[in-house]
Design a protein around this ligand. Structure first.
Ligand code: GLA
Length: 386
C-alpha cells in the first residue's frame, strides 16, 4: 500500500489539479467493530472503534453548481457532476459516497452548491473496515463546516445513513458512521442504536499486553446487494412475527417462546441478534471491570453465532478465526457486515508473530490468496487537519 499523503502534500496536489488552494483538509477514520454485529438496524447495541486508517479530503466550495471529484487511487480520473442534478443512477465507484452525502444534505434542505474535492485514503477498500463511511464522514464534516450548516454528530450520522440507504443503495444501520464521527483514541464506542445514546469505553489493548490484529481475507463483499439486505429483511420478519417494534425488544428469556412462533431459519437469525446484544452488554461490563484480556470468550461466541445462526461468515473468515485462536489469540471474530472482509484477533503481543505466521500458512495450505494482516488501535474520530 502506498503511504497516505499528509495534509500539506494533499493540499499541494489539490492546487495543482484544481488551480486554487483548498479551503481546508479534513479526515475521518475507518472502523473495526469489536462486537455487536447486525444489531444496529435492530435498534440494539454495538461496540466499534475508529481505527488509525483514514480517508482525507481537501475541499473548497465553488460559487457555481459544478462538482469536481478526484482521488489519489484507482483509475477513475476526474469526475464532474452538477449539484443541481445529482443522480444515484449515474454515480460511479467511490464518487457515490461524496455525491450521496451532498444529496442527503440537499434532502435536509441544505444546498452547499458545487465543490472541488481531492480524496486520499489508506482505509483498505472492500475489507469490511468501512472505507465508504470514512469518505462520507470526511466529506460531511468538511461541508458542514464550510457551508456553516451547524449539524451535530447526531444529524451527520442520520444524513450519512440516508446517503448509504437511499443514494448508494445499501440498507445499512448507523454503526459505522457513528464510530467514524464519535471515535476517540484508546476507546471503543458503546452505542445504543435506538436513540444514539453513547459512551466511550476504555479499550487499551496495548497496556494489557495485547494487539488487535485485522486479518483481511481479501474476499470482497458489497452490502448494496444480496446477503446483507436478506438478513435485514429476516430480522424485520422476526420482529413482526413476535409483535415487537425491533429485535432490540426481545430478551434472552423470550427466546424459548420465540422458537415456537418462528420458522427455524428466522428463529436462528433472531437468536443471533438477541444473544449478540447481550454479548455487547457483557463486553462493556468486562472492559470497564477487568480490561481487554477478559473479553476473548465473548468474541469467540460472537463469531460462532454469526457462523451458525446468522450465517454471514465464509470459509476464509472461519479459518482466520480458528487458526488465530489456536496460535494464541485470546479471542477472534469476523467483523463488519460479513460475506467476506476481515476478522479481528485480539492477540497477546508475545504471540503476534506466531498468529501472523500460522494464519498465513493455513491460507497457503487451503489455496486461498494471502491475507493482509495488520495491527490497528482505537484512534480519534473525524476532524479538520488543516
Ligand atoms: C455494515 C453496516 C453496519 C452494520 C454492520 C453489521 O458494516 O454498514 O451498519 O449493520 O454491517 O454489524
Amino acid at each position: 500500500m502506498t503511504l497516505p499523503l499528509d495534509s500539506g502534500a494533499l493540499a499541494a496536489r489539490f492546487e495543482s489539479v484544481f488551480g486554487a488552494s483548498p479551503a481546508g483538509v479534513w479526515q475521518a477514520p475507518g472502523r473495526v467493530n469489536l462486537i455487536g454485529e447486525h444489531t444496529d438496524y435492530n435498534e440494539g447495541f454495538v461496540l466499534p472503534f475508529a481505527i488509525d486508517r483514514t480517508a482525507r479530503v481537501a475541499v473548497r466550495l465553488r460559487p457555481d453548481s459544478t462538482i469536481r471529484l478526484l482521488s489519489t487511487f484507482g483509475n477513475q480520473g476526474l469526475t464532474t457532476a452538477d449539484a443541481d442534478a445529482l443522480s444515484r443512477d449515474t454515480a460511479r465507484g467511490w464518487t457515490k459516497y461524496p455525491l450521496g452525502v451532498l444529496w442527503a444534505l440537499q434532502e435536509r434542505g441544505l444546498q452547499a452548491g458545487g465543490l472541488d474535492l481531492l480524496l486520499d485514503s489508506d482505509v483498505p477498500r472492500g475489507a469490511g473496515l468501512s472505507s465508504s463511511h470514512a469518505i462520507e464522514c470526511a466529506v460531511i464534516t468538511a461541508v458542514n463546516e464550510l457551508a456553516g450548516a451547524g449539524l451535530d454528530a447526531r444529524d451527520m450520522v442520520l444524513a450519512t445513513q440516508r446517503a448509504e440507504n437511499d443514494f448508494v443503495g445499501a440498507p445499512t444501520g448507523i454503526m459505522d458512521q457513528s464510530a467514524s464521527l464519535r471515535g476517540a483514541a484508546g476507546h471503543a464506542l458503546f452505542l445504543d442504536c435506538r436513540d444514539q445514546g453513547s459512551r466511550l469505553v476504555p479499550f487499551d489493548a496495548e497496556s494489557a499486553g495485547l494487539v488487535t490484529l485485522v486479518i483481511d481475507t481479501r474476499v470482497s463483499h458489497s452490502h448494496a446487494s444480496g446477503g446483507y439486505a436478506e438478513r435485514h429483511a429476516s430480522c424485520e420478519l422476526g420482529a413482526g412475527a413476535l409483535g415487537v417494534r425491533a429485535l432490540r425488544d426481545v430478551g434472552l428469556a423470550d427466546l424459548e417462546e420465540a422458537s415456537g412462533l418462528l420458522d427455524p431459519v428466522t428463529f436462528r437469525r433472531v437468536r443471533h441478534v438477541v444473544t449478540e446484544n447481550d454479548r455487547v452488554l457483557q463486553t462493556v461490563q468486562l472492559l470497564e471491570g477487568s480490561g481487554p484480556g477478559a473479553i476473548g470468550p465473548l468474541l469467540d461466541a460472537s463469531h460462532a453465532s454469526m457462523r451458525d445462526d446468522f450465517e454471514i461468515s465464509c470459509p476464509e473468515l472461519d479459518l482466520a478465526v480458528e487458526v488465530s485462536r489456536s496460535a494464541g489469540a485470546v479471542g477472534a471474530r469476523m467483523t463488519g457486515g460479513g460475506f467476506g472482509g476481515s476478522a479481528i484477533a485480539l492477540t497477546p503481543v508475545a504471540a503476534e508473530q506466531q498468529v501472523r505466521a500460522a494464519v498465513g500458512q493455513a491460507f497457503r495450505r487451503a489455496g486461498y490468496p494471502a491475507p493482509d494482516i495488520f495491527a490497528v488501535r482505537p484512534a480519534a474520530g473525524a476532524m479538520r487537519l488543516a
